[in-house]
Design a protein around this ligand. Structure first.
Ligand code: GDP
Length: 196
């Protein structure tokens, strides 16, 4: 799913969303099947969006204004990650383009949890000096009996990797907006610390 979004992968402005309120570029990362598309669809179909027609290339790249803590913020959500490729050269631009990352795994799939750790390490290599906001997201928490990764393992992993953590269920629409809102809060904090 690269072709139509190539223009969004220019790295010129990566990490430099200086405008108050964005637009902030948030990239969805994670193994295949963890729920990235489901997240993108929830974001795209949001009831509090201004107008769903604003949503360009919905599903892959979607920009909209949301309100967080009483203030507007514009998020550009990029669901462009090709989880199937092993080609590091293909993945690197994707890892450079975000102001922030939602790093997803499925709590029902331990391999996806390990993959999330690898991706976190790759992100650190690609962007060594930058304090890029990252939220580790354990999705599919509705599938209680199929759980393979505990909440405490998720939390511990996030602590090791110095990122925030949340468990979500895209299927139940549980905590998905909390994740997007948390992302905006982190981006604002980072901006304030830069300005200070
Ligand atoms: P992607 O490959 O990361 O984009 O994953 P998808 O969004 O396509 O999701 C893969 C499958 O998992 C689909 O069948 C989704 O309906 C399902 N799925 C995604 N999120 C959840 C969730 O929170 N709970 C459950 N039960 N299923 C989910």
């Amino acid at each position: 799913s690269w072709s139509s979004s190539d223009s969004f992968i220019s790295t010129d402005s990566a990490g430099e969303s200086a405008e108050p309120g964005g637009p902030y570029r948030v990239v969805l990362l994670g193994a295949s099947g963890v729920g990235k598309t489901a997240f993108a669809n929830i974001f795209a179909g949001a009831a509090d969006s201004m107008d769903s027609d604003d949503c360009e290339l919905c599903g892959e790249v979607c920009e909209k204004e949301i309100e967080v803590d009483g203030e507007p913020a514009t998020l550009t959500l990029l669901d462009i990650w090709d989880a199937e490729t092993d080609n590091k050269c293909a993945q690197e631009p994707c890892m450079q383009t975000g102001d922030a990352y939602l790093l997803l795994y499925s709590v029902t799939d331990r391999a996806s949890f390990l993959r999330a750790s690898e991706l976190r390490i790759s992100l650190r290599c690609v962007r060594p000096a930058q304090h890029t906001p990252i939220i580790l997201v354990g999705n599919k928490c509705d599938l209680v009996r199929r759980r393979e990764v505990s909440v405490s393992e998720g939390r511990a992993c996030a602590a090791v990797f110095d990122c925030k953590f949340i468990e979500t269920s895209a299927a139940m629409q549980h905590n998905v907006w909390e994740a997007f809102h948390g992302m905006v809060r982190q981006l604002r904090l980072r901006r304030e610390s830069k300005e200070a």
